[in-house]
Design a protein around this ligand. Structure first.
Ligand SMILES: [Zn+2]
Length: 97
Protein backbone atom coordinates (compact mmCIF):
# COMPACT_ATOMS: atom_id res chain seq x y z
CA UNK A 1 0.00 0.00 0.00
CA UNK A 2 1.41 3.38 -0.96
CA UNK A 3 0.79 6.65 0.83
CA UNK A 4 0.49 10.04 -0.84
CA UNK A 5 0.73 13.41 0.94
CA UNK A 6 -2.42 15.43 1.72
CA UNK A 7 -2.09 18.58 -0.40
CA UNK A 8 -3.08 20.79 2.59
CA UNK A 9 -1.30 19.34 5.65
CA UNK A 10 1.15 16.87 4.10
CA UNK A 11 -0.03 13.93 6.21
CA UNK A 12 0.31 10.57 4.44
CA UNK A 13 -3.00 9.19 3.18
CA UNK A 14 -3.88 5.94 1.46
CA UNK A 15 -3.78 6.24 -2.29
CA UNK A 16 -7.20 5.58 -3.80
CA UNK A 17 -7.49 5.09 -7.53
CA UNK A 18 -5.04 6.79 -9.84
CA UNK A 19 -5.48 10.35 -8.57
CA UNK A 20 -2.41 11.70 -6.78
CA UNK A 21 -2.74 15.50 -7.05
CA UNK A 22 -5.10 17.72 -5.06
CA UNK A 23 -6.04 14.90 -2.67
CA UNK A 24 -6.88 15.98 0.90
CA UNK A 25 -7.09 13.85 4.05
CA UNK A 26 -10.44 13.38 5.86
CA UNK A 27 -9.38 15.83 8.60
CA UNK A 28 -8.68 18.64 6.11
CA UNK A 29 -11.79 17.81 4.05
CA UNK A 30 -14.10 18.15 7.06
CA UNK A 31 -12.54 21.41 8.32
CA UNK A 32 -14.68 24.46 7.38
CA UNK A 33 -13.10 26.82 4.91
CA UNK A 34 -12.19 30.35 6.05
CA UNK A 35 -14.38 31.93 3.41
CA UNK A 36 -16.32 30.91 0.32
CA UNK A 37 -17.92 33.41 -2.02
CA UNK A 38 -20.19 32.04 -4.74
CA UNK A 39 -21.69 34.24 -7.40
CA UNK A 40 -23.65 32.76 -10.30
CA UNK A 41 -24.01 36.07 -12.11
CA UNK A 42 -23.58 39.78 -11.41
CA UNK A 43 -27.36 40.06 -10.91
CA UNK A 44 -27.37 37.60 -7.99
CA UNK A 45 -26.60 38.13 -4.33
CA UNK A 46 -23.35 36.33 -3.41
CA UNK A 47 -23.63 33.21 -1.25
CA UNK A 48 -21.01 33.71 1.47
CA UNK A 49 -19.85 31.30 4.17
CA UNK A 50 -17.35 32.58 6.74
CA UNK A 51 -15.73 29.96 9.04
CA UNK A 52 -18.52 27.57 8.07
CA UNK A 53 -21.38 29.99 8.88
CA UNK A 54 -23.67 31.37 6.16
CA UNK A 55 -23.71 35.18 6.19
CA UNK A 56 -26.99 36.58 4.90
CA UNK A 57 -28.28 40.08 4.12
CA UNK A 58 -24.86 41.24 3.00
CA UNK A 59 -24.40 44.92 2.28
CA UNK A 60 -20.72 44.91 1.42
CA UNK A 61 -17.86 42.44 0.91
CA UNK A 62 -14.19 43.31 0.61
CA UNK A 63 -11.62 40.67 -0.13
CA UNK A 64 -7.95 41.32 -0.82
CA UNK A 65 -5.19 38.82 -1.28
CA UNK A 66 -1.64 39.43 -2.39
CA UNK A 67 1.00 36.88 -3.24
CA UNK A 68 3.83 36.07 -0.87
CA UNK A 69 6.32 35.19 -3.58
CA UNK A 70 8.21 38.51 -3.65
CA UNK A 71 7.20 40.28 -0.45
CA UNK A 72 4.68 39.21 2.16
CA UNK A 73 1.39 40.91 1.45
CA UNK A 74 -1.70 41.63 3.49
CA UNK A 75 -4.79 39.48 3.30
CA UNK A 76 -7.98 41.30 4.18
CA UNK A 77 -11.57 40.15 4.55
CA UNK A 78 -14.33 42.61 5.37
CA UNK A 79 -18.05 41.77 5.40
CA UNK A 80 -20.87 44.11 6.40
CA UNK A 81 -24.30 42.56 6.86
CA UNK A 82 -27.67 43.32 8.40
CA UNK A 83 -28.75 41.14 11.33
CA UNK A 84 -32.55 40.86 10.95
CA UNK A 85 -33.08 39.43 14.48
CA UNK A 86 -31.22 42.22 16.28
CA UNK A 87 -31.98 44.92 13.67
CA UNK A 88 -28.37 46.08 13.57
CA UNK A 89 -25.65 46.28 10.96
CA UNK A 90 -22.80 43.97 11.91
CA UNK A 91 -19.32 43.52 10.51
CA UNK A 92 -16.61 40.93 10.17
CA UNK A 93 -13.06 42.13 9.64
CA UNK A 94 -9.94 39.98 9.56
CA UNK A 95 -6.50 41.09 8.43
CA UNK A 96 -3.49 38.79 8.12
CA UNK A 97 -0.21 40.65 7.66
ZN1 LIG B 1 -4.68 17.04 5.50
Amino acid sequence: MSLIPCCKCGKGIKKQGYRTDGVVCNECASKPKLITIELDSFKDEPVVHFRGKRIKNIQDINFQWFTDTDEPGDKKIGITYFDLEEHVVKGIKEIKM
